[in-house]
Design a protein around this ligand. Sequence first.
Ligand code: SF4
Length: 687
Amino acid sequence: KKYQPWEVRKVLTTCPHCGTGCQLYLVVRGNKIVDVVSAEGPSNKGRLCVKGRSGSFDFIHSKERLKYPLIKNKKTGEFEKATWEEAMDLVASKFLELKKEYGPDSLAGFACSRSPNEDIYMMQKMVRTCFGTNNVDNCARVCHSASVAGLAMTLGSGAMTNPIYDITHHDVDCILLIGSNPEEAHPVVGMQIRKAVGEGARLIVVDPRDIGLSKQADIHLKLKPGTNVAFANGMLNVILSEGLEDKEFIKERTEGYEVLAEIVKDYTPEKVAEICHIHPDQLREAARMYAAAKKAPIIYCLGVTEHSTGTEGVMSISNLAMAVGKLGKPGCGVNPLRGQNNVQGACDMGAMPGDFPGYQKVRNPEVIEKFEKAWGVPLNHKQGTHATDVFPAATEGRIKGLYIFGEDPVVSDPDTHHVIKALESLDFLVVQELFMTETARYADVVLPGVSYAEKEGTFTNTERRVQRVRKAVTIEGEMRSDADIFMDLMNRMGYSQPYLTASEIMEEIASVTPSFAGISYERLDAGESLQWPCTGKSHNGTPIMHVGKFTRGLGWFFPAEYRPSAELPDEEYPIIMMTGRILAHYNARAMTGRTPGLNEIEGRSFIEMNEKDALKLGIVNGDRVKVSSRRGVIESTARVGVKVSQGESWMPFHFQDGNANWLTNAALDEYARIPEYKVCAIKIEKA
Ligand code: SF4
């Protein structure tokens, strides 16, 4: 141990990495975090993964932290240290100037899904009241916007239906895991699934790649990337043709069944097997196993959403659960594992172009009227631009000013060249960050914010649970709390915004957001564990959604026909590439990349390829390879084996020394505008 117990104090908070929302203690000596120990939280029950245990504090004390505002010198292109007065005046005046010249919809803001709800609420309020636009979004646009849209359309609410504990305990009979590798991306959920399987639950893994849990599975459907809709329709075909559906549930609780039955009729196991590259009997067996199980949750992740047909994939999965009546019940449901620690909260807080906080719709005049009254200014009635559409709009000159709070799209968005071109086309770019990220380098002004360990707030985890984030340390420098920066800017732009504490901001959130109406710091600090909807002070929150009635009334079967991915392999680019995350790192590695131990586990880019493809190309394990697509060329290291099928490959997107996003395709889903990270066509050559 690096410390003695009497030298330290422990601060209870929430892990800053993935959406599992594990509770942990930051161990603080003086003003320095020296350790992390697990706490008994509702989603982790004392467990932590390597990221939570090792990757939650080194970055806070990093020498590379931004400590004062920076303004780019136009002549030299270099950043120069500025005072807060200079930087804030420049930011406020420049956005007002652009608004006057090009109109409010020429401005946009991206909120940080790593920051607390209170910061995000204030940022979207600033964009709506001061920029005068609904062009506000968050990184859910590139990960789970398809879940938000698809589940909202079919069930009425775009969030995980059941708690993590509920779908991994309580004698769950069968887990249907689709496009999700929780042992790497949501490790504490993965641990609980592994334990449930060890205790007798059946497991069906639907994933194009061998993952840790596929070895534990009763059935692994190693389907071709991009064929989820065909797979779900095939499962439904077997269920309906063998009479395994829940007729009473369909009759009492749903609508649109006839259309569904008509569409899935054509998706015979043989046809689906051909599309998905699986065996028809395996599909039959999976459908029977899932339908027959009493308690059977569907758990899914980005393998379902990050496609040009992502929303249709989500709706098809929702159709599947409704057809067998596995919704609104313990140990069941449709459960998207949300990625970042507070990406659920970023959506809940209204950092969405079509939604005010609590998914209150911009297109509803009563909602606009309500927020105009609450915020005291006229608001823009027009639906905003999605983050993924902001880049082409900037390149075409329709977006002139962009405020990026805690996002690094140069690393994390698809087709890096097109992102850089868009950022370079802007008249004015502000980035609010902890570090000089790849995106921050393109900014006109960089404002230094603070990390989760330096402020009060709340994160909402993937199961809709609102949990406290507590200040543990103050880091030397001139940084300011992120919500304070927004409140200051709002005043400078002419909106009279009182300075509120985090707890007072939550009071305002509760006053305008029916699903948060009962949530307060008082209740959370008294130890209550609240999952929204929590509609009043005496309401205990909602662990399981859609009990007895769907949020939209009746569940709506919304079937889709299978459509191939936007870019398929051909002679020139013969291999499909998928992207994903690994256990040791998180997204652009702004945090985990500053933890030496995690870099030792995995510190460089690699590409997994099939041994038959490698043999043909004369590539052996460990060779440096040149990987190219229609959009870019990178170098990486080959990992040869059978984790991926022949003609397919997989790359993590964490590493700058060969980032997969130089190659990925920015083709967008028509409903949620989510990009197709999971399928693009590439060529691999020996470097
Ligand atoms: Fe943090 Fe997620 Fe690991 Fe839990 S599972 S410790 S929330 S990274």
